[in-house]
Design a protein around this ligand. Sequence first.
Ligand SMILES: Cc1cc2nc3c(=O)[nH]c(=O)nc-3n(C[C@H](O)[C@H](O)[C@H](O)COP(=O)(O)O)c2cc1C
Length: 310
Amino acid sequence: MLTNLPHIDPERCTGCGFCISVCPDHTLALVAGCAQVRGESCMACGHCQAACPTRAIEIEGLQVDLGFHHIDEKEGWLAPGSGDAAQLVQLLRSRRSVRSYREKPVPLSLLMDLVKIGTTAPSGTNSQTWTFTLLPNRQEVVRLGALTAAFFHRLNKKAASPLWRLAARICAGDSLGRYYRRHYQTVRQGLADWDEAGEDHLFHGAPAAILVGGGEQASCPAEDALLATGNILIGAHALGLSTCLIGFVVEAMRHDCRIGKNLGIGAAEKIYAVIAVGYGRESYQRPAGRKKAVVRCLQGAENGDSARQE
Ligand SMILES: Cc1cc2nc3c(=O)[nH]c(=O)nc-3n(C[C@H](O)[C@H](O)[C@H](O)COP(=O)(O)O)c2cc1C
C-alpha cells in the first residue's frame, strides 16, 4: 500500500486540517500549524490534494488533469446536490445496448477518452490496476470474433455429444448440460451465420471494442473492472457513441487463455468485460422500462417519507 507519499508545501499550507480529516490512512498530521506526513502508509487516493484549499499538496504519479481530447472538462468539484440529477438520470436511462453499428470508424482519441472516463471509477484499496485493451478497428474486432467463434465451435461439438455431457456431469457438474439446453442452438445458428454469410451476431458489426481487465495483484479486480466499464458505457453515450457488452467473448476468454495470448494479454490478467463500441444505427423514442427491483428495507430504519409504501 506504500506509494508516493504526499508532498506538502509549507509555504502554502494554512494548517486548516482538511487534508487530515479526509485521509483514510492517517498519513497526515498537523505539526506546529502545518500539515506534515507522519504515517508511512498511503494509498494515493488523492483526497488530501483534492481537499486542500490552497493547492499545497502534490502527489507524484497522480494526474489531476486527465487531458481529455473531446471533452472540455469543467473545473472544480460538484458538491452533493449540486449536479443536475434529472439530466444524469436521463443520460443513464438513454444508454442502450446497441446491436447494429455503422461502418464509420471510431477515432482512437475517443477510445482514449473512454478509458479516462473508466479510470474515474472507484477501485478496491485504490489499486487502479485495471487494464484496457483497445481494438481500434473492425479488423481487430473480427480477429477476436474469429477466435471466439473457434472456441464456441469446439464447445458446441462437445455439448452436442451425450457422452461428453455425461462425462462432464460426472467430473464437473452440469454446466455443459446447462449450456446445451440454454445456448447450444442459438450459438450453432450464430456460428453458421458467421461462417457462411459473414453475419456478425457477436459484435453486431461494431468497428471497435474495449476489453476491460485486471491483474491478480488487486484486491477486487472484477469489481474494479466492472465499475470502470459502467462509467465507459455512460460516457460513450454522452460522447455520441453506442456500446454493447459482449458476454460471450468474456466467457470464451475465461475458458481459453490462448485468445488473450493472441491479443498480447498476459496469463496473469483476466478480462472481465468486452465492450463493442461504435456509431449505432438504432434510435429510440423513449427510455426502456425496468423490472421492479427486489428491495429490502430493514425494520427500524428512520424514514419520514412515503417511499416505503411503494
Ligand atoms: C454481463 C453482460 C453480458 C452481456 N452480454 C451480451 C452479449 O453477449 N450480447 C448482447 O447483444 N448483449 C449482451 N448484454 C446486453 C444485455 O442483453 C442488455 O444489457 C439488456 O438486454 C438490457 O438492455 P440495455 O442495456 O439496453 O438496458 C450483456 C449485458 C451484460 C450486463
